[in-house]
Design a protein around this ligand. Structure first.
Ligand code: ADP
Ligand code: MG
Length: 548
């Protein structure tokens, strides 16, 4: 048997450890995520080996992770029954940095004022994060290869480590952390439970502490849809959304291209913003192979989809992507694009399959889609078919889509028309609709000022212009029986229209920019119209309110 050896860390490792040991970090608890994810990787590899290799050591050991704490001695032990390491593998894996790019990472870390160790795992050096909290780390490990001896690796992270042979080990790896004085909190079972729940709750192997499994909820998003019961989905939703009810909608999907994605998204029953709870925070968390990278990550979905809850798992996202990197990462932008597109498509499918349920969704969450359509140029076209409105041809309280409108619109009609007013009654009592009523043209009713921003921003739908019914130039189709109305009638009564208009303009002064003859009115003697092409009157009211 080989005796004890003392070996120098590779220069890069020394440099890295120097930074890890001597810097202050706010997110030190991520070391546990790193060690648990290493344990899970080792178990995953072992599981694979049991399929491909004929023999593994200790075949009857259950595949699990065990955590022990000793509050007295301030130690924390993480054990797994995974693949283990041979002596050579120990030297290779825990003494050198194998991955390329580590130098750049080190440089970045060395220069950064605020050192973000979240990046550490990106370069295959997550293990060393243990030295953030431990003054001494001991690794006891035995390879799954039958006949391999057990080994002990010990280091204080300064310059070198020792390796020795150890008897009596079973398959797998045990990592013992002797905690630093200021890291005693990590010997508390409650703290460990909290951290495990936060980062490693969905690790696909049981994590046992004090004889109990502490990761309770399974990573159901990676399972086959057909094998998951509704109750399981609901339980999972309640867990991630801190909810007590069932989700309103759920979308579970897998994609391979352009990114490998497993996503499980939920729409809650209620929109809490409606009840004055303030702006909803993002509710979708990012995972890589069931290990959480970021809880409720910003930027995974556009802001206007902030009501969506769920998880996204992508093995294409490097583990330990930092919060800062997350926001402007090109990968995340691609992820956001795929997720948003798929979610909007899903809403379209739901609207078709069950229009009543979609109406209900629309009542609660439509405001978010309007926000998107009014503000997010990248998606307004995709959102447009999902918009719902009341109209002169819808029953009160029922909705139509722009496609419904197009489908029944007469051929000679050129544009889509809409009019804003606080209620259906007020709109229908006003003079603007007359010209449309006699021509049997449908007018979309919008009740909130944001609607006009949405429709103005869209500007057109399927090549038809969206036109506010209070605009000056309506360009309506001719009405046959119109011949003897309007100007003709005025002439019959011998009224000098030109003088009347001039008189009215004089009387009204600056309050109007022009008084002109109109063919749009049927019963009303006069109507106020909007001369500004860019803004509808309700938008003007909003702007005026803002400038007061
Ligand atoms: P990464 O996990 O990204 O490879 P780490 O620094 O976390 O980087 O770990 C380095 C290597 O050490 C791993 O790739 C693995 O080969 C080995 N290793 C770490 N922990 C374990 C473990 N619990 N069981 C087996 N091998 C491990
Ligand atoms: Mg790792």
């Amino acid at each position: 048997a080989k005796q004890q050896q003392t070996l120098e860390f590779q220069a890069e490792v020394k440099q890295l450890l120097n930074i890890v040991i001597n810097s202050l970090y706010t997110d030190r608890e991520i070391f546990l995520r790193e060690l648990v994810s290493n344990a899970a990787d080792a178990l995953e590899k072992l599981r694979y080996r049991t399929i491909t290799d004929k023999e593994v050591a200790d075949p009857d050991l259950p595949l699990e992770i065990t955590i022990e704490v000793n509050e007295q001695d301030k130690t924390l032990t993480i054990s797994d029954t995974g693949i283990g390491m041979t002596r050579d593998e120990l030297v290779e894996n825990l003494g050198t940095i194998a991955r390329s790019g580590s130098r750049a990472f080190l440089q970045q870390l060395a220069e950064a004022e605020q050192k973000d160790l979240n990046l550490i795992g990106q370069f295959g050096v997550g293990f060393y994060s243990a030295f953030m909290v431990a003054r001494r780390v001991q690794v006891l490990t035995r390879s799954f290869v039958p006949g391999e001896e057990g080994c002990q690796w010990v280091s204080d992270g300064v310059g070198s480590y020792t390796i020795d042979q150890t008897r009596g080990l079973s398959r797998g790896t045990k990592i013992i952390l002797e905690l630093k004085d200021d890291a005693g909190e990590f010997a508390s079972p409650d703290a460990i439970k909290r951290i495990i729940k936060r980062y490693s709750n969905f690790v696909p192997f049981p994590i046992i502490m004090g004889g109990e499994k502490i990761n309770t909820v399974q990573a159901i998003w990676v399972r086959n849809k057909n094998e998951i019961k509704d109750e399981e989905y609901t339980e999972f939703y309640k867990f991630i959304a801190n909810a007590y009810d069932e989700p309103f909608y759920r979308l579970h999907f897998t994609a391979d291209a352009p990114l490998a994605i497993n996503a499980l998204l939920f729409v809650p029953q209620e929109n809490l913003e409606r009840f004055g709870f303030g702006k909803i925070e993002p509710g979708v968390s990012l995972y890589c192979r069931k290990v959480m990278l970021q809880q409720n990550a910003e930027g995974l979905l556009p802001e206007w989809l902030r009501f969506v809850k769920g998880v996204v798992d992508s093995e294409d996202i490097p583990i330990n992507i930092s919060r800062e990197t997350m926001q402007d990462s090109a990968l995340v932008a691609r992820l956001r694009k795929v997720l948003t597109g798929r979610f909007l498509k899903f809403l379209g499918e739901q609207a078709k399959a069950d229009p009543d349920k979609y109406s209900e969704f629309w009542k609660k969450f439509g405001i978010f889609l309007k926000e998107g359509a009014a503000s997010d140029y990248a998606y307004s076209k995709d959102i447009a078919p999902l918009l719902r409105f009341e109209s002169s041809k819808s029953e009160p309280g029922k909705y139509i889509s722009l496609d419904d409108y197009l489908a029944r619109m007469p051929e000679k009609q050129k544009h889509l028309y809409y009019i804003n007013g606080p209620t259906r009654e007020i709109i229908e009592a006003g003079p603007y609709l007359e010209a449309f009523k006699v021509r049997d043209l449908e007018v979309i009713y919008t009740h909130e000022p944001v609607d006009d921003f949405v429709l103005t921003n869209l500007a057109e739908y399927k090549d038809k212009k969206l036109v506010s019914a209070d605009q000056a130039e309506l360009d309506l189709p001719e009405v046959e029986e119109d011949k003897d109305a309007g100007a003709d009638a005025a002439r019959v009564e011998g009224l000098d229209l030109k003088n009347l208009l001039a008189f009215m303009k004089q009387a009204l002064g600056d309050r109007v920019s022009e008084v002109r003859e109109s063919k749009r009115l049927v019963d009303s003697p006069a109507v106020l119209i909007n001369m500004d092409d860019g803004m509808t009157s309700s938008m003007q009211r909003v702007m005026q309110a803002l400038h007061k």
